[in-house]
Design a binder for this molecule. Structure first.
Ligand code: Q46
Ligand code: ZN
Length: 301
C-alpha cells in the first residue's frame, strides 16, 4: 500500500476515498477535509473567534488541533458533567491538550456551577440521561460563547455521528430535527453560529489522526452511552459501509445537498415563535427555558 500523494509506504487507508496515505500526507488530508468543509459551508469567517466544545475524546481534541493549525483563533470549552471517574479523566485529557498546545480552555462544571450532575438532572427532569445532557450542553455551550464574546461554537461531530443521527431521524421521520440537522446553524437572537467542521471525516480517521499527531485522548466512552439507540444506528451503518464503502458519505451529503432544504420551513417557523426566557434570557417557546426548568427541578431535589 503506497501513499496516494507521495508514493511512500502508507500507514492508513480511507476506503471511501479509495486512498491510502503516509503519516504526513494523512495529516494534510485531514486538514484539507476540514478546510474544505469550513469553506464550502461558510462556517468560520476571517478574524472570527471560535469556541470548540471539547470532551477529551478524539473528535473534539482532533478538531481543536486542526483548527489551531489552520490558523483559527480557537479556545476550548470543557463541560464537567459530574459522571464520576469518566468526567475526571476526560477533563484531564482536555486540560493536558490545552497545556501542551498553549491554548486556552474555559471550564464549566455542572455540579460546582449549577448544583446538579447528569444523573440527578435527568431524574429531576424525568428525562433520559443523554437527553438532560444534550439539553445542558446546548444551553451552556451557547451561554459560554455569548459570555466570552465568541462568534462560533464548533463541535466534533464527525461523518459517522451525523450519518447515524440522520438515520435515526429518517427512521422516525422526525421532520423538526431534520430541518435543523445542518452542518451550520446560523446565528439568531441570543444564539451564536454552530458549526460541525468534521463532517467530511469519519471516526476511524479521527482516531488515526490523534495517534499520528500524538494526541492523548480519552478512549473510554461515556458510561451513560450504553444501550443508546444512536450506537445501534452506528453499528447498522458500519455494516452497510463495510459492504459498500462511501455509503455513509452518500447518505449524509445527499441529504444536505438535495433534501435538507425541504425541512427548513418547519425549523424557521419554530424559531419565529421564540422569546427570551424569564430566568436567563435565552430564546425559548415557554416562559422559562428547558434548561432553567431543569436546574430549578434539580435544586428542589
Ligand atoms: S456525554 Fe452526555 Fe453523551 Fe454521556 S450522558 Fe449521553 S450525551 S453519552 S455524547
Ligand atoms: Zn433560561
Amino acid at each position: 500500500m503506497r501513499c496516494r500523494r507521495c508514493r511512500r509506504p502508507a500507514i492508513v487507508d480511507v476506503r471511501r476515498h479509495n486512498a491510502a496515505f503516509c503519516a504526513d500526507c494523512f495529516v494534510r488530508h485531514c486538514r484539507d477535509q476540514v478546510a474544505r468543509a469550513i469553506h464550502h459551508f461558510e462556517m468560520i469567517g476571517a478574524g472570527e473567534r471560535v469556541l470548540v466544545a471539547v470532551s477529551g475524546g478524539k473528535d473534539s481534541l482532533g478538531l481543536w488541533d486542526i483548527l489551531l493549525d489552520l490558523g483559527y483563533a480557537a479556545d476550548g470549552l470543557y463541560l464537567g458533567l459530574g459522571i464520576g471517574a469518566y468526567s475526571d479523566e476526560s477533563h484531564r485529557h482536555a486540560a493536558g491538550f490545552a497545556a501542551a498546545r498553549g491554548a486556552s480552555l474555559v471550564t464549566v462544571d455542572l455540579p460546582a456551577d449549577y448544583g446538579y450532575d447528569i444523573e440527578r438532572g435527568a431524574a429531576a427532569a424525568r428525562r433520559a440521561p443523554c437527553s438532560a445532557c444534550g439539553l445542558s450542553k446546548r444551553h451552556l455551550f451557547n451561554q459560554a460563547a455569548v459570555d466570552g464574546g465568541f462568534d462560533v461554537v464548533a463541535t466534533g461531530h464527525n461523518l459517522d455521528d451525523e450519518a447515524a443521527v440522520l438515520f435515526g431521524n429518517v427512521l422516525r421521520w422526525n421532520t423538526d430535527y431534520l430541518g435543523r440537522q445542518l452542518p451550520v446553524l446560523p446565528p439568531s437572537e441570543g444564539f451564536v453560529r454552530k458549526v460541525k467542521p468534521l463532517i467530511r471525516l469519519g471516526e476511524r480517521e479521527m482516531a488515526a489522526y490523534c495517534v499520528v499527531r500524538g494526541i492523548d485522548y480519552i478512549v473510554e466512552e461515556c458510561p451513560m452511552a450504553e444501550g443508546n439507540r444512536h450506537l445501534g444506528y452506528k453499528d447498522a451503518l458500519n455494516r452497510i459501509e463495510e459492504q459498500s464503502p462511501g455509503s455513509k458519505q452518500a447518505f449524509y451529503f445527499g441529504f444536505i445537498e438535495r433534501t435538507a432544504e425541504l425541512f427548513r420551513p418547519g425549523a424557521v417557523a419554530e424559531q419565529a415563535g421564540l422569546h427570551p426566557c424569564l430566568e436567563c434570557g435565552s430564546p425559548t417557546t415557554g416562559d422559562v427555558c428547558a434548561f432553567c426548568a431543569l436546574v430549578a427541578r434539580a435544586r428542589q431535589q
